[in-house]
Design a protein around this ligand. Sequence first.
Ligand SMILES: O=C(O)/C=C/c1cccc(O)c1O
Ligand SMILES: [Fe+2]
Length: 304
Amino acid sequence: MSHSPLLGLPGPPPSLLADVGTALAAARDVVREYDPDLVVLFAPDHYNGFFYRLMPPFCVGTAARGVGDYGTQSGELDVPAELAYGLAEAAWAADVDVAVSTGMDVDHGTVQPLAALFGDIAARPVVPVFVNSVAVPLAPLRRARLLGAAIGRYLAGLDRRVLVLGSGGLSHDPPVPNLASPPEVLERIVHGRPPTVGERQARQSAVIEAAASFARGTADLRPLNPEWDRRVLDVLDQGRLAELDGWTNDGITREGGNSAHEIRTWVAAFAALAATGPYQVRTSYYRPAPELIAGFAVRTAFPR
Ligand SMILES: O=C(O)/C=C/c1cccc(O)c1O
Ligand SMILES: [Fe+2]
């Protein structure tokens, strides 16, 4: 599923929130019926837990806590440490090098899907897997597929009811800081100085304002690209994941915007599912939502 901090902030019209809410309720029903006893969650970070001073392409958390950005739930996740180490070792054994964090800070990218599906971030045991989707330079998209496949094979060997989640927008280009940001912002995204309350509020106000002007058509943000979003979703829905290996990072930025690289969380999640064989999509939602600064989609899928 996509995420957006705007889902919990003032601005988006009630009709949009109801529409997205219906799609999330359908996913929640599927998850409730499946009743997973383990969640593995591929998610990006937006300079709340990972910083340029040491930026891994992937990182498995053996313990994690939500930082509470954009009003999301803060506090400890219930991470099964031994299983998380096993998952990292399985990735290494498959020649995919992941970092390990024994104290991972996670933001709305991780917390929002857990809250939407379970109501509480500690409701189920969860292994968070950070997938760098924002801090350029990025690993090739193919690496996300290989990561997902390696983890999927490991999970298939466990006697557990596993829910694999991917969290990220499709085409979108919100005002996330980058290496060209002013020095005080650069200091924060390089060295990880925690933002002051005022800085958090300023970033929140900036995102609210950016979404409002984007929806009015007056923002200086790259437009959403529904045609590209549908191409991504078709590939995922039809299990044609290896096709994505040919997609370049420059092409993804050009077509989908700087944060469209969050599709790698979807790729990793579907690749994990595909490790058990062909899959079938159960519920499906897509809407270009400028008020959320996101091509917003939800999918649930099961092995055939
Ligand atoms: O400011 C941030 O940290 C990110 C905001 C954002 C906005 C819209 C869609 C997303 O996926 C985001 O992470
Ligand atoms: Fe994001």
